[in-house]
Design a protein around this ligand. Sequence first.
Ligand code: PEP
Ligand code: MN
Length: 337
Amino acid sequence: MLVVMRKDATREQIRGVVTAIEARGYKAHPVPGGERTAIGITGNRSAEDLPAFEGLPGVLEVIPVSHAYKLVSREVKAENTVVSIGGVRVGGAGLVLVAGPCAVESRDQILTVARMVRESGAHLLRGGAFKPRTSPYSFQGLGEEGLKLLAEAREATGLPVVTEAVDGESMDLVERYADAIQIGARNMQNFSLLKRAGRARKPVILKRGMSATLEEFLMSAEYILSEGNYEVVLCERGVRTFSDFSRNTLDLSVVPAVKDLSHLPILVDPSHGTGRRDKVAPLSRAAVAVGADGLMVEVHHDPSRALSDGPQSITPDMFGALVKELRQIAPVIGRGL
Ligand code: PEP
Ligand code: MN
């Protein structure tokens, strides 16, 4: 349910509605908008007490929300959400480029790549310290040491950092060192991890599960918002299909679908989406054209020696060339870069 306040509703009236919602044992989620404040209600099982809120001072109307997901939906908030990651605005007019290696491998590697992508125009630095790998014998990441190196790279370049948390323990560390917490495809439906992210004080980048429907994707974001963290950025990274010429099938059609249904920003990751270096630039151009709020791209200065995802990592030169192309495409659709 959603309580829509009148344009001239006072702060006291908003507080009064919140109190009334909480008195029934429900959770109130005030969503300030450009025009008016709306208050999302979660925890209620039916719309039977809708009339109880209708009569409260300052209330314009109470409407049932038709989707299973509520707080992430456009019904609850018509304006686009802009998430600030270390001061970088994601979801505004400017496109955001998240770039860096799949994994943090060494001080030299992360500092080298960070400086190079920054030079080309990246806004955020990525790099995994906790890597979810298919094989237990593959490189698992440097752990806390990797987070310290990311913090050092941020210091050296000024780029805020994004890195993945895979469980509660790594979440505690990532929350401490990073500017945004990434939840990977494999954990998109790790509900206890989503709830923990909902209690975190850092923004979350939530990647789509490799076989998740759009509704499942949005429901996972709903878990995070329902715990009180409204700073969520979605990320399409490809889904599994019969198509076997690429690692995954990048579902670009999900971008306008998300824009329709949700106010949350969405990035596209053409690296995991294709698994192939030569496909990263074409799909990046398409992602920007289709309306993504930015890209997450894997860049390595020596991809043939990368400890993970070398085949899909582009070189800093390729990244630089891509940024130049995107600078031409962005204005055509009213975006900046
Ligand atoms: C990653 O970003 O390095 C990663 C593991 O991505 P995904 O969860 O999309 O596979
Ligand atoms: Mn990777």
